[in-house]
Design a protein around this ligand. Sequence first.
Ligand SMILES: *Cc1c(COP(=O)(O)O)cnc(C)c1O
Length: 371
Amino acid sequence: MKIETIAIHGGNVITDTLKPIIQPITLSTTFEHQEGSMLYTRLENPNRKSLETVMASLEGGTDAAAFASGNAAGNAVFQALPAGTHLIAPDDMYHGMKMLLQTVYAGKLEVQFIDLTDKENLRNAIKQNTGLLWIETPSNPLLKISDISALASIAKENNVKVVCDSTFATPVYQQALELGADIVMHSSTKYISGHSDILGGILVTKKKDDFWQHIKNVQGLAGAVPSPMDCYLLTRSIKTLPYRMKAHAFNAKRIAEFLDHHPWVEKVYYPGLSSHKGFETAQIQMEGFGAMLSFLIKGNANDADHLIGKLKFFSNATSLGGVESLIERRSKVQVGDPGIPDQLIRMSVGIENHEDLIEDLDQAFKVTFNS
Ligand SMILES: *Cc1c(COP(=O)(O)O)cnc(C)c1O
């Protein structure tokens, strides 16, 4: 071999007798033509396969498709629908996904946003050309709970496909396929990554039907796929997901109770509080209530900003699901959204010690309201 050839081929140490315990990172974009081999990384890659396999098992599905972001995962579903399809989506929906439907799909899909916490609203909305019901539960940012099995059975009677965005619940706390969804979606940027350092999305299907084949075509041919490195890191993160979720939810419950009793808090949105409208449904369909919560203070937007500014352990930033606690005044992101009051604060509870977090909140309330 000459130097140019050695530079390219000299580093390969792959042998049949070397069996690592951890799936190695396969950055190669292409594979030797061989019976049963993978072909090209846009279509398939060992690390993506690893991620898709573990996610399909966690959700009790038959197949999964990983994407470069949660929105790319949602987009693959929307692109797989025939033009002109009537799509029903929740009024409280992750705003980036809502914007995707309202901008990119304007004139291509007929999108209708309704309150899915009342199943009669769904019954009234279904039409001849309804093709998809998009559920998001618990929802972002108002933590609305939709009854997946009740909605899915109405959809099924009408031949409507059901996709559930389970990002807030994770497969640890909600099994959307078992409850009746055809496909479950996650922004793996959030709890699945858990460390605020990977962007990703994933779909898991109950059945490998024609609709799923369309989605797989969008994944492989449109190619918004995650890198092998990101897939590797997500697979690594998933190993601790159940343990992280327990710590997140333990803290969130305690913070929700602290806020619920606080004299300067008007209302707390957390499905694990018995006063929450969706508490009963959440108790039935979830194994735990997750770690996202929102609340309204007895004050204005300035007071909310002041409170947030006084916190030591909660960073003032958007996104969620990382081990560190985050907080934001939600209308800074959902600018001008009439459904989001100016003083609404959304919190992603991390896995720090809950006493430190509560003490931090307590001092920030005291300085904000001189109480
Ligand atoms: C963040 C989020 C998304 C979008 O995921 P990205 O990875 O940011 O593209 C979708 N749904 C929910 C509920 C989210 O929180």
